[in-house]
Ligand binder design. Structure first.
Ligand SMILES: [Fe+2]
Length: 251
């Protein structure tokens, strides 16, 4: 799959060219968790994959508390939207241009094997803008039910339109139709998935024996319409073009 597939499929899996921005965050996550759970700090991939075993995370209350503490612990030093942006700038430049707004808050998706807290299928638009792109950055290699699924562009548009026309007898019916068209993405650490907010997507119960770890962030042009989120609390300006800087300074 190449980046040109974004136009046809609504998503692309890309190789991260400036991985150091992501590896610094991954290292900070491992260091924080090793310290909080008194664990030996080892190879990040191995540490994160087996974290549920070594830290005894076997219920969603413990998982949630761990993630909240982790985000609090590293957010003073790391801004995920900026780091992800810097790791894949040419791709985001091509999609949204040089004037960029991003999601404000740091977000980590964690799911230990067997957790029922999977992401039910949905689209991010219209809660998010239809002029917005989502980045998913895995911190471990993800495959099968440890990963996510996406429904390609034309199928997503068709399925959402049929759903609005009440052509499905039940949610289960609709979900079965979506899953029959879904692509279960295989994505490794050092890669990133970029996808349009209108794509149907979700995850399954993680039935592998490894933990799922993803960062995510969303980006739109500074001048593109917002979705339904409160713009002041959800987004922040990330980058201005030279022209926009001049225009803003002249006010
Ligand atoms: Fe989503």
């Amino acid at each position: 799959m190449t980046f040109s597939s974004f136009s046809d499929m609504g998503f692309a899996i890309i190789d991260i060219s400036e991985l150091q921005h992501i590896s610094k965050i991954r290292e900070a996550i491992v260091n924080h968790l090793a310290s909080q759970f008194s664990l030996t700090n080892c190879d990040p991939e191995h540490f994160l994959n087996n974290f549920h075993i070594n830290a005894s995370i076997h219920d969603d209350v413990a998982a949630n508390a761990m993630i909240l503490d982790l985000i609090r612990g590293i957010s003073g030093n790391y801004d995920f939207s900026t780091s992800i942006y810097e790791s894949i700038t040419p791709y985001l430049d091509e999609l949204i241009g040089p004037d960029v707004m991003s999601q404000k808050n740091n977000n980590i998706v964690y799911q230990y094997p067997g957790s029922n807290r999977f992401s039910e299928l949905h689209t991010d638009y219209p809660t998010n803008s239809e002029f917005e792109v989502v980045s998913w950055v895995p911190l471990v290699n993800c495959f099968g039910s440890k990963s996510f699924y996406l429904v390609p562009l034309s199928d997503s548009i068709d399925l959402v339109s049929r759903f609005k026309d009440r052509q499905y007898a039940s949610w289960d019916d609709y979900k079965a139709s979506c899953l029959s068209k879904a692509v279960h993405v295989e994505v490794n650490y050092s890669q990133c998935i970029l996808f349009w907010t209108g794509l149907i997507h979700g995850s399954l119960i993680n039935e592998t024996n490894e933990s799922r770890w993803f960062l995510n962030a969303r980006y739109k042009s500074l001048f593109a319409p917002f979705g339904q989120h409160d713009p002041l609390t959800y987004y922040k300006p990330l980058r201005y073009s030279a022209l926009t800087r001049i225009a803003l300074s002249s006010k």
